[in-house]
Design a protein around this ligand. Sequence first.
Ligand SMILES: Cc1cc2nc3c(=O)[nH]c(=O)nc-3n(C[C@H](O)[C@H](O)[C@H](O)COP(=O)(O)OP(=O)(O)OC[C@H]3O[C@@H](n4cnc5c(N)ncnc54)[C@H](O)[C@@H]3O)c2cc1C
Length: 512
Amino acid sequence: MDAAYDVIVVGYGPVGTMLALLLKEEGMRTLVVSKEREIERYPRAAHFDDEIIRVYQAVGLAHLSEEMENPPRYQYFDKDWTPFLARLFPGGISDQGYQHDFMFFQPDLERAMRDRLSDGEGAPVVALGETVARVWQTDELAWVEVRDESGATKAYSAKWLIGCDGAASTVRKSIGSTFDQLAPSHKWYIVDVKLTDLAADPGMDQWEYCNPDRIVTYIPLSGPYRRYEFDVKDGETDVDLAGAERTWELLSPWLKPGEAIVLRNDIYRFHSLLASRWREGRLLIAGDAAHLMAPKLGQGLCNGIRDAANLAWKIGRVVRGEAAPHLLDSYEAERKGPARQHIEISAYLVSQIISKASGEEQSGEPVVEQIVAPRQVIGDDDLRAHDALAGTLSRQPMLANGRRMDDSVGYRFALLAMPSLAGALSASDIRALSALGAVVLRAEDRSLADYLTDIDRGALLVRPDRYIAGSARTSIELSAILEEARHAYCLWVGAEWLQSAFQAETEVLLAE
Ligand SMILES: Cc1cc2nc3c(=O)[nH]c(=O)nc-3n(C[C@H](O)[C@H](O)[C@H](O)COP(=O)(O)OP(=O)(O)OC[C@H]3O[C@@H](n4cnc5c(N)ncnc54)[C@H](O)[C@@H]3O)c2cc1C
């Protein structure tokens, strides 16, 4: 049976939008369905890291990072305002080719993403004001029934359906997946303000005030936007906290009415939840539908963007018939463990603040440490037994011509190889690269050669999500990793590997 669409994306939040952008790169016929018409007016996420900006680069939105701000440090104070921990954000350009950390205003970011999605050829169909009521699947298709604002219902079908429908995900429930709780939840009262008197700016340093009477977190978002988070005590409700008078009382040590306006004030529950299953046949979930974490590490949305980057190229290969559907089993296998790790670190950071506020003594000089959320590693450890770099994030060198490496690649596989290895590719290597739709980058540029020398390799096969599929020192090892990649990511039909439909011949790009 023919599907009207290749993919239905449920949800038009930042994860659904990024997934749709990447599926556009893959040439998919996509339908995005969302119950809300408008972008959420107020921010939730405020921080991205450099890996995430690389995903934005893949969809032509790297320039957004130029308008974002780079946070300097994150200090922890005890109840007397004595600092006991100063966490510094790494400065300078990271191995990803960008600053390490970015602060942004989420509504502006989402607007730019939607503009990009509707721009040019291959834009998806976007159905707004349509609430998903039911999701099911047959052998050949995924189905969704939606109710529009008039109450009328209709059904859409596609080959694949991905629920990016947030914490209360209908799609997650439809596949019988439940949330496992990894740590206790905590309530926080979030107050976002917009400065109207810039002279009253409380500054760009983030901090935690570990006061037993009331823990306070301060997060400068970007531009004139600032966030305060207050821990909610047992028994306190909206009525106790969210009135204008009480809100200004809580803000009074830092801001007065006339210096700022309150944009939004809500009680949020910071959860540590991980969905038990991320895929059932043709139905999958991503983003907050699959994992929820406390925002102390600034990684909730980052993980949703990583889900999208891991999934879109796999869906593209399966829909084009270049890979078998079981390639999609690797999505949950690769993403669930790293998401769990960030949920656990985030929960630990909350418990650290709470235990300090509850009187845990700290002596001596304040500790100064760098804030580096561990880079995620995908795939199981067996993978790394014979190749220590497999499943780790590749670097992005800046080329001599001033461009970043990924600009020569796009959202595709890339073989980065020393000229001696690139020049010795066998006919079967070339067939494997062609089946992968890979770009070959000969390391003639100094920075590419330096990267390979530094990691003691002659070649690296990098996936579209920028994770390393395999690394090699010699031509023999290179042939072996290309053969492994062909088995992992390509479809074997009869006596021949299917050639990539959109990449008939391997393109050899000479880095200038
Ligand atoms: C206070 C706070 C601070 C945070 N700070 C950070 C941070 O600094 N860095 C970071 O990375 N993350 C942070 N996060 C987490 C981040 O905000 C979320 O992970 C992210 O917004 C989730 O995006 P999403 O697209 O998965 O879900 P959502 O943004 O919730 O989008 C869900 C979409 O699904 C649609 N939808 C839902 N149900 C249906 C239905 N039945 N039918 C049709 N459509 C439906 C909705 O309309 C919406 O479009 C923070 C979160 C909070 C609460």
